[in-house]
Each structure stands twice: as structure tokens, then as C-alpha cells.
Write a protein that binds this ligand. Structure first.
Ligand SMILES: [Zn+2]
Ligand SMILES: [Zn+2]
Length: 252
């Protein structure tokens, strides 16, 4: 970031922090909260957040929406092959989009504990040897100042007792996945990650903020499996449900 822009941002943040002290406003809608509320959402957003829970009828392996009585199209496509199972409390949109935005771009210290609490519940007491956050490329990390997946991993570790190990490195950095069409995302990240430590025989819980196509998670999982990991599951704050074309119902 250009130095004067950084200065301007800091000045704006300090004025905003004085006018609206952290914790005084709802993380989703920005409305003032009632004093003494235990979490960082207003009553309305807390209620609306419940509507973004992954529905009970979703595929129990990948959390995609499925038609009752039919096999999961996303699992059948083998796009998630290196991932044993996916855990996520929410679908992406509305209040979950606002919370993840607060986590990633506002460096907000309140979003990570709130989201990690819901992620811990979604894990349903499964056992893992370590939590591995999806890394940012060093250039991106310098730009943002922190890795949101590591932040979530530390919060999740505090709740589950499973240690965080930063075993992955992102070697290549092309376009951010969010700017690419779905079809090009797998090519963009294939071979982009390498394993730095020894994951041999470990049951790994890979951690990311959102799963869209699953390409990033699969590239990470493949690097860990190639280095000897026993299994890789994925935990995210939210999964993206999008409408598929050609009458396939919903898929990723
Ligand atoms: Zn609100
Ligand atoms: Zn599935």
C-alpha cells in the first residue's frame, strides 16, 4: 500500500474507533448493540444468522445440497477427492458474508472467535492430530497483514485443544480465486502449495474461511497427502451454494 494511503487509513480508523468503539456496533449491520449483549451481533442479525446454517439434508460428506434419494453430484464428480469430509456451520451469504468480510478486511478481532465457536460445534467431536491453515502467498500476507485462516485456526485450537501447525506454503500467486470464473479456479491453484513440515501419518484438519469450488482446499490436501498425511478433512466458516446450469439443481 502507498504510504500516504496507509496513513489516511490509520487516521480514518482511529476517528471511527473513537466515534464507534469496538464492540459497540453489530458486526453484520453496523447498528448499535444493546449494552451487555454477550456477542458482537444485534438481536436481529443473530436471528438471521441461524437461517444461514447448512441444512440438515445436505450431503454428509461435502455439505452440498442433495435431492433426497439421489447420490450427491458433487461427490460423484470426484472434485473433492483428496478431502475425506467437509465441516462447516454456515452457507455463504447475507450475515455470514458480512462476518467473513469483517474477518478478512477489517482485521476485526471479534469475528474470528464468533465464527470459530460455530466451526467447533460443526466438527461434531471428530479427532484430528493438527489444524493446518490454508496459507496466503507471502506477497498477499504483506498486503493484508495477517492470514485470516491462521486466526481462525488459533481460535479453533483454543476450543478443541488440537494444535495448529503451519505446514503449507503457497509458492505461486496468480489471480485471487474470487476474481476467476469457476472453471479456471482449479488450474489457478493446481501445484500452488507445497508442504514444509512432516505430516506423515497425521489426520489433518485443513482450515479456510470459505469453500467455493473446493479447488484451493483440494490443492492443499493433495500437497499434504503427497507428503504422507493419513487423511485430510476441511473445515470452513461457510460453503457456497450456487445454482448450477442445465437443470442439475444446486452444486458447487
Ligand atoms: Zn445487526
Ligand atoms: Zn457430497
Amino acid at each position: 500500500m502507498i504510504p500516504w494511503k496507509k496513513g489516511l487509513r490509520r487516521a480514518t480508523e482511529s476517528v471511527a474507533g473513537w466515534l464507534f468503539p469496538r464492540g459497540a456496533c453489530c458486526l453484520c449491520c453496523g447498528d448499535p448493540r444493546r449494552a451487555g449483549e454477550e456477542d458482537c451481533l444485534c438481536d436481529e442479525c443473530r436471528e438471521k444468522l441461524k437461517e444461514w446454517r447448512v441444512p440438515a439434508g445436505a450431503c454428509n460428506r461435502c455439505l452440498s445440497p442433495v435431492t433426497p434419494g439421489k447420490p450427491c453430484a458433487f461427490c460423484a464428480s470426484r472434485m473433492m477427492k483428496p478431502i475425506e469430509a467437509v465441516f462447516s456451520p454456515y452457507r455463504f451469504g447475507g450475515e455470514t458474508r458480512a462476518l467473513i468480510h469483517a474477518l478478512k478486511f477489517d482485521a476485526c478481532g471479534e469475528a474470528a472467535p464468533l465464527l470459530a465457536g460455530a466451526m467447533a460445534d460443526a466438527l461434531a467431536r471428530r479427532d484430528f492430530d493438527c489444524i493446518v491453515p490454508v496459507p496466503l502467498h507471502p506477497a498477499r500476507l504483506r498486503q493484508r497483514g495477517f492470514n485470516q485462516s491462521l486466526l481462525l485456526g488459533q481460535e479453533l485450537s483454543a476450543r478443541t485443544g488440537v494444535p495448529v501447525r503451519e505446514l503449507l506454503r503457497r509458492d505461486r500467486y496468480r489471480a485471487p480465486q474470487s476474481r476467476l470464473p469457476m472453471k479456471r479456479r482449479a488450474d489457478n491453484v493446481r501445484g500452488a502449495f507445497s508442504c514444509m513440515g512432516d505430516p506423515a501419518g497425521k489426520r489433518i484438519l485443513l482450515l479456510d474461511d470459505v469453500r467455493t469450488t473446493g479447488s484451493t482446499a483440494c490443492a492443499c490436501a493433495q500437497a499434504l497427502l503427497d507428503a504422507g498425511a493419513e487423511s485430510v478433512c476441511l473445515c470452513t466458516c461457510a460453503v457456497v451454494y450456487r445454482k448450477a446450469r442445465r437443470g442439475q439443481g444446486l452444486s458447487h
